[in-house]
Design a protein around this ligand. Structure first.
Ligand code: TYD
Length: 278
């Protein structure tokens, strides 16, 4: 009996050290070996991922103060993405929807005088709610890449820091308006207020006409927001040549892109799409 126990222990130790098929259960492996076959364990179904990125598209926002070049850089990024086979929806705030366009006119018209800061905040949030519900979410649900010129951070920076209102409260209003939709990546283009304001074409709109100190607060706001979540921001020095900026943005976007060809299509074609530099 003792010899049998010892033999069992020795066998177990030997099996542990010499097991060439770790992770494969011993009994069915032995049974299959006796039949002269090789046992292949059934593949475990991977746990379902909650709303995998590839199924819901990618949301990229461009932010910055006046004259930072957001519009140019967001367009360049969209062109580059389309060239690589992605469906891209370019959009902007305020004014991407029919209602939004009316709100934009109201918000930027210098004739709109005496608008309270809270009302201004709510009008931007209303534009955003409509934008998310009618443009951004449907596109993301189709799996498209959405590139938006401005999003929630503009309200936090302009209405929060600029107008000196409570940033947390504005964040709460916007979280409600957008049902908590946060960009996968926010590209913050930074130029000094002076440089940006000098780049603008005349006449200045209602926000652009704010004093220099307002714009300085806005820029500080953008930076603080970006620094609080470096994993989902790219801070770009936008006073450099356009091509350099474009390249830096492409490099960062590349990190979060899904495969442009659905996995099922790849099974058939066995092609491997790779993104190369233009
Ligand atoms: P934008 O269209 O980016 O201006 P421009 O075409 O001059 O670059 O934005 C319009 C203005 O609205 C801009 O001054 C910033 C301001 N704004 C806010 O104050 N809060 C917001 O939430 C948004 C989206 C924009």
């Amino acid at each position: 009996l003792v010899a049998a126990v010892l033999a069992l222990v020795a066998g177990a130790v030997a099996h542990r050290r010499l097991d060439d098929r770790r992770g494969v259960p011993l009994r069915p492996d032995l049974a299959a070996a006796l039949r002269g076959e090789r046992y292949v364990p059934p593949r475990e179904e991977p746990a379902e991922e909650p709303r995998a990125r590839t199924e819901r598209g990618v949301f990229i926002a461009f932010e910055g103060g006046e004259g930072a070049g957001k519009t140019t850089q967001s367009r360049l990024a969209a062109i580059w993405l389309r060239d690589h086979g992605y469906e891209v929806v370019t959009t902007r705030e305020p004014g991407a929807t029919k209602t939004g366009m009316r709100l934009r006119a109201l918000l930027l018209d210098k004739e709109t005088t005496g608008l309270s800061s809270r009302a201004e905040t709510l009008l931007y949030a209303a534009d955003r709610a409509d934008h998310v519900a009618n443009v951004i979410r449907p596109a993301l649900e189709r799996g498209a890449i959405v590139v938006s010129d401005r999003y929630v951070d503009s309200s936090l920076a302009y209405q929060g820091y600029g107008r000196e209102q409570d940033v947390e409260e504005i964040a709460a209003v916007n979280a409600w308006a957008t049902e908590g939709l946060v960009p996968d990546l926010t590209v913050l283009l930074e130029v000094p207020a002076e440089t940006g304001l000098n780049r603008l074409s005349e006449p200045a709109d209602r926000l652009e006409s704010e004093p220099r100190a307002f714009h300085d607060r806005v820029l500080r706001g953008f930076r603080e927001l970006a620094e609080a979540h470096p994993e989902r921001y790219l801070i770009v020095d936008a006073s450099r040549p356009q091509q350099e900026i474009r390249r830096e943005i492409q490099d960062r976007i590349r990190e979060i892109l899904p495969d442009p060809v659905p996995a099922a299509a790849e099974d058939i074609t066995s092609t491997f799409p790779a993104i190369t530099d233009v």
